[in-house]
Design a protein around this ligand. Sequence first.
Ligand code: SF4
Ligand code: SF4
Length: 118
Amino acid sequence: MNRTEELQKLRERARALEHRLVSLNKRMEQIQNRRPGPCRYRAVVDFEQCIACGKCEKICPQGAITVNETANVNPQLCIGCGLCVDKCPQGALSLVLTQNAESTTRPFRTMRRLRRAI
Ligand code: SF4
Ligand code: SF4
């Protein structure tokens, strides 16, 4: 790889990292500013679209996703933060409104794991 190609690749990586950082900061801000009370959203998987890449499992701050042949979301752990939705390269995850959503009881655990994921 010559000098020009290497610079080009590094610029592309820097742009991707900047984009990711903006996205993560936005999510942290949303979580920090979230009003107390039940979150009414949960992530759901479109099994037809999922390619089992595991990116959502890695990013989930709650450990709510397991990936075997496809991703699966544990609705008892999901807090509806949307990080997995942003991360999925297939658009296989989305947030849905739930009627009987439980209150999130783990804000500290969420922030700690989120910082670890950055
Ligand atoms: S990130 Fe998307 S495609 Fe990858 S395992 Fe999760 S749901 Fe499937
Ligand atoms: S919405 Fe957040 S908590 Fe729920 S599965 Fe996705 S990353 Fe995990």
